[in-house]
Design a binder for this molecule. Structure first.
Ligand SMILES: *[C@@H]1O[C@H](CO)[C@@H](O)[C@H](O)[C@H]1NC(C)=O
Ligand SMILES: *[C@@H]1O[C@H](CO)[C@@H](O)[C@H](O)[C@H]1NC(C)=O
Ligand SMILES: *[C@@H]1O[C@H](CO)[C@@H](O)[C@H](O)[C@H]1NC(C)=O
Length: 267
């Protein structure tokens, strides 16, 4: 096969297997405040299989309680956190799905919009008797845990759609091999701090874990399916080339007849 053909087939495969989504002007959330960048949506690693509701029993409760679940295509930022491979990414993907579930169980036409405020900061603290850890995340990911003024229910042209695939996040990757496991004893504390107030919401980290688990690793990892796809495309290409050549050879004696037929048709 000619190198040019090979390159063309290979690039085509790459283009087909990675869909690029560029960050929209309003959808850029960057904890490090660095330059703009693109989100590459490789959703091949995880797929979303939500149950109808999540039944969860908290540590000091005697019964399971139902928790709302988001039914739809999770936005890219959920995958980005889930794929970031650190303990915080895992919990934050769970938080994002919990938030989407809560928002969709209320007045969805309003609750999936979030008005970003200047000067607000949000963080997740993971605590138990031995540990304390904190991670900052974009506030829209806990929109349903905030007290909303009635005015915020009116459509705001600048509000952010929390389901938008254009939202770009840069997950903080902390994976030094000794990250603490999510246990039933841990509490997850969400902070929404702004000028004049600090709001705190507490929930079991195990609940966020339940939400994160609704996103399951996809069956075939990229390093298996990508070479397989490339291989298949090349095989089909080579086979076609061979077929066409042998077909062409067989057709040779018929060519004058075909031409005659065609010219006959047009006259
Ligand atoms: C919010 O305030 C709490 C309490 O002072 C603090 O522990 C937390 O780190 C703050 N979070 C952010 C993101 O500023
Ligand atoms: C790894 O992270 C944990 C939790 O954040 C921390 O306690 C520990 O000191 C870190 N270890 C190294 C080698 O940085
Ligand atoms: C939020 O973070 C920014 C940047 O780190 C800081 O300038 C601002 O004072 C913080 N706001 C609050 C309410 O903590």
């Amino acid at each position: 096969m000619k190198p040019l053909h090979f390159t063309a087939v290979f690039s085509l495969t790459l283009v087909l297997s990675s869909a690029k989504i560029s960050g929209g002007p309003r959808g850029r959330f960057d904890n490090n405040h660095k330059k703009n960048h693109h989100v590459t949506a490789h959703h091949a690693h995880f797929s979303y299989h939500p149950p109808t509701v999540i039944h969860f029993m908290c540590r000091h409760c005697s019964n399971f309680a139902p928790y709302p679940v988001f039914h739809g295509v999770p936005p890219t930022y959920v995958y980005k956190y889930r794929e970031s491979n650190g303990k915080f990414g895992y919990l934050l993907s769970g938080l994002a799905l919990y938030n989407l579930g809560r928002a969709s169980s209320e007045h969805w036409e309003y609750t999936h919009f979030y008005s970003v405020q200047r000067n607000e900061n949000c963080s997740l603290q993971v605590t138990d008797k031995k540990h304390f850890d904190e991670i900052v995340f974009p506030c829209f990911m806990m929109s349903s845990f905030m007290d909303r003024s009635p005015e915020s229910h009116f459509p705001n042209p600048d509000a952010l759609d929390i389901t938008s695939p254009q939202i770009d996040v840069r997950p903080f990757i902390l994976y030094n091999g000794s990250s603490i496991q999510v246990t039933r004893d841990q509490e997850c504390i969400l902070w929404h701090n702004s000028t004049g107030f600090k709001d705190k919401s507490v929930m079991p980290c195990a609940l966020l874990k339940e939400y994160a688990e609704t996103m399951k690793p996809s069956g075939i990892p990229v390093y298996v399916w990508l070479p397989l796809t490339v291989g298949t495309v090349i095989t089909i290409y080579v086979l076609c080339q061979c077929c066409c050549k042998s077909q062409a050879r067989k057709d040779d004696p018929l060519k004058p007849a075909l031409i005659r037929f065609n010219s006959h048709y047009y006259y």
